[in-house]
Design a protein around this ligand. Structure first.
Ligand code: FES
Ligand code: FES
Length: 177
């Protein structure tokens, strides 16, 4: 008879911390970490890699402040366990500029005054960069829909959409929401 799972002895003593080795390409540089198994990508970026541009808003997958681009996809890093993404390439807000030249989306946010407090801005910009790469947004309405996971408590949405419309190819590029 098989031993019931509940009776299977664990080789982990109570209080032991399980650490896992992971490595990432972050903004073009290789990094290795030894992290607790429950470490989120967000905490890895902020606490272990000292890249604090990626923000912790809700820590529950509801605001998008923690958005980074992981293997080409925008994700909420607060919901992503680092161990699951071991080996991935990560681009954060710190990695978007090319030397002194801002990424076009960063520049457009400045040109359109698309922020107030700025807390949501790194997530908005990373999300917009990936969304433009995805190529599904054809209109301002598409932008609003596809950026709806990124909340802005300052309500800068009109300027955020205008900034994104300026960078991408949109049928209603001249229109303003
Ligand atoms: S901090 Fe991740 S979605 Fe809010
Ligand atoms: S600019 Fe303040 S939360 Fe968006």
């Amino acid at each position: 008879m098989n031993t019931p799972i509940a009776d299977t002895p664990l080789d982990v003593a109570p209080g032991d911390v399980q650490r896992v080795s992971v490595s990432f390409d972050i903004n073009g540089k290789k990094h290795h970490f030894d992290v607790e198994a429950w470490t989120s990508l967000l905490d890895l970026l902020r606490e272990h890699c000292h890249l604090s541009g990626t923000k912790k808003g809700c820590d529950h997958g509801q605001c998008g402040a923690c958005t980074a681009i992981v293997s080409g996809q925008r994700i909420n890093t607060c919901l992503a366990l680092a161990v699951v993404y071991d080996g991935a390439s990560i681009t954060t807000i710190e990695g978007l500029a090319n030397g002194e030249a801002l990424h076009p989306v960063q520049q457009a946010f400045i040109d359109h005054d698309a922020f107030q407090c700025g807390y949501c801005t790194p997530g908005q910009i990373c999300s917009a960069v990936a969304m433009l790469e995805e190529g599904h947004a054809k209109t301002a309405a598409d932008v609003r829909e596809l950026m709806s996971g990124n909340l802005c408590r300052c309500g800068a949405y009109t300027s955020i959409v205008a900034a994104i419309l300026d960078v991408g190819e949109f049928a209603d590029k001249g229109a303003r929401s």
